[in-house]
Design a protein around this ligand. Structure first.
Ligand code: DCT
Ligand code: MG
Length: 522
């Protein structure tokens, strides 16, 4: 089969649309076209329909004319992870009149233009690369573009095509982390992250050729899964006493690896036994962890996160109408569930230092507060270090467990109706609630107070993912001789801090293509 034939089969455009090449999109009419002399077509292949629809919508909102289907009126064709040859073959088949005038661009031109709010000038790096000739019988195209070893130079959506491998590698990585085997942890975490960014599924070992981040150990796991469908190392680990105990104990809010290992060493194997022990002392956090264990270990859904957002916003705006509450963490990356809900609250510099306390008090007053742990700002302790990635930052923050009325979430889902507070109940009423129908769910919430000038850096840091952040800092340090943390960016050569109002500006300081939050699921 010819390359062009196989491309048609793989659906650059859906079959039923192929005949109607001159049809013009109707959803464009909702938005005014600001840039009259260009018309964009975005190729669906290797991108997926949902991402494509999202990007089309985004461009239209910004005043670009975008066609649903390929036609003679298209001037700029935008594609992700397809080579010039592939797109050119396909265009030849369409027999367009002005094919030789078409600008054939990779997604970087599109994202640069979206960030600039206008079509940017086409640079060499925006143009599609010619792919080295493949042997016609080779079933696996090699990567068309060089894939970076840094997650911050890759686009990792939630559409993970290599889940069978990443699930296994993640379990093994976690165990290396438990065992404080840093180098093995890093190797497994990086390989996992790279697999998540691939626009195709690995179907044979040769597909790993030329990719960074794979060593002997990670290759061996992938090879075994390709042959047997499972990894014996993972199977063994899932039956391992110590691993099971560590997983179980650290699933309690407030229990870290040290405590988990202590309990394991003392012979404990179940949470029931730990809770029943007369000798063990628990912190306030762990007591809350046990009390709300089931709810906290039951993932937070997006409607729940949105209901919490509404509650927090209402209270925050009551005290500071100008403050901005931003939902961040996994939900900002487009995840539908999370283990908690993370919010940044950005305030003008002059913000009352008791602001966060007032919010917490109000939550308490409304009967919504089950637990809180206030952490004061430690800006004076900030040390610029390129050696170690410091997960914690120096902002004032509060780790909470909130009591979310389930009816509130149901109402939001059913009718998106307005929010009312959960019915207040006594905090100490746990035994009583168990005998009644429980109409609320305990939700883990993080609130972080961020001064406006540091907002973009805090947003970038708190959006994650963990691996994306690690690689962003590693890239910044090794490739740019700069230091990045949740507060700012320091240029070691020029000895200056670089200001940024938006995440786009931070990426630009680092000479990185902008990666959207939903592409940071590394
Ligand atoms: N973060 C980080 N390094 C850590 C912990 C957190 O860079 N060690 C950043 C990345 C994500 C963000 O803070 C919020 O942290 P979590 O809530 O733990 O992560 P999440 O991606 O929101 O995961 P989940 O969806 O499960 O809440
Ligand atoms: Mg989170």
């Amino acid at each position: 089969m010819s390359l062009a034939g196989s491309l048609g089969g793989m659906g650059i455009i859906p079959k039923r649309k192929r005949q109607k090449v001159t049809e013009v999109c109707s959803s464009q009419s909702k938005h005014q076209v600001r840039f009259q002399d260009l018309t964009i077509f975005i190729v669906e292949r290797k991108m997926g329909s949902s991402r494509r629809s999202f990007l089309m919508d985004l461009a239209r909102k910004k005043g670009f004319r975008v066609e649903d289907v390929m036609s003679d009126s298209v001037t700029h064709i935008v594609t992700e992870n397809n080579s010039w040859d592939e797109i050119w073959d396909w265009i030849q088949n369409l027999k367009l009149l002005n094919a030789d005038k078409l600008k054939m661009l990779n997604i970087s031109w599109f994202t640069d233009s979206m960030a600039a709010g206008k079509p940017v000038e086409i640079e060499e790096r925006h143009k599609l690369q010619v792919q080295k000739m493949l042997q016609s019988n080779s079933p696996l195209p090699p990567p068309v573009v060089t894939i970076s070893q840094y997650a911050c130079q890759r686009r990792s959506t939630l559409n993970n095509r290599n889940k069978i491998f990443t699930d296994a590698l993640e379990i093994l990585a976690e165990n290396f982390e438990f065992n404080e085997n840093e180098s093995a942890y890093v190797a497994f975490a990086r390989a996992t992250s790279l697999l998540k960014s691939l626009p195709y599924t690995i179907s044979k070992m040769a597909a790993l050729d030329g990719l960074p981040c794979f060593g002997d150990q990670t290759r061996a796991i992938i090879e075994e899964i390709l042959e047997d469908g499972v990894s014996s190392k993972v199977d063994d680990l899932l039956c391992d006493e110590k691993y099971k105990a560590r997983k179980l104990f650290t699933s309690v809010f407030g229990v870290g690896l040290k405590t988990a290992d202590k309990w394991y060493g003392q012979g404990f194997r179940t949470l029931e036994a730990v809770k029943a022990s007369k000798d063990l002392k628990f912190t306030k956090m762990q007591k809350a962890g046990f009390l709300y264990y089931e709810d906290i270990n039951n993932a937070v859904t997006r409607p729940e996160a949105e209901a919490v957002a509404q509650i927090i916003e209402t209270i925050v705006h009551n005290y500071a109408p100008d403050a901005i509450v931003t939902l961040t963490g996994g939900f900002r990356r487009g995840k539908e569930t999370g283990h908690d809900v993370d919010f940044l609250i950005s305030c003008p510099e002059t913000m009352d230092e008791n602001f966060l306390r007032k919010i917490v008090n109000k939550l308490d007053f409304r009967g919504l507060l089950l637990y809180y742990d206030m952490v004061e700002a430690t800006f004076e302790k900030r040390k610029l270090s390129s050696q170690k990635y410091d997960a914690m930052d120096h902002f004032q923050k509060c780790f909470l467990i909130l009591k979310l009325n389930k009816a509130l979430v149901k109402n939001r889902v059913l009718s998106m109706s307005s929010v009312s507070a959960a019915r207040p109940t006594d905090e100490g009423a746990e035994p009583e609630v168990k005998t009644q129908i429980k109409d609320w769910k305990a939700i883990r919430v993080d609130l972080v107070i961020v001064p406006t000038q540091q907002f973009a850096y805090a947003l970038l840091g708190w959006t994650g993912s963990r691996q994306f952040e690690r690689d962003l800092r590693r890239y910044t340090n090794h490739e740019k001789s700069m230091i990045l943390d949740n507060h700012g960016l320091y240029d070691r050569k020029k000895k200056i801090f670089l200001n940024a109002k938006t995440e786009e500006e931070i990426f630009a300081h680092l000479d990185l293509e902008y990666i959207e939050p939903w592409e940071r699921n590394a």
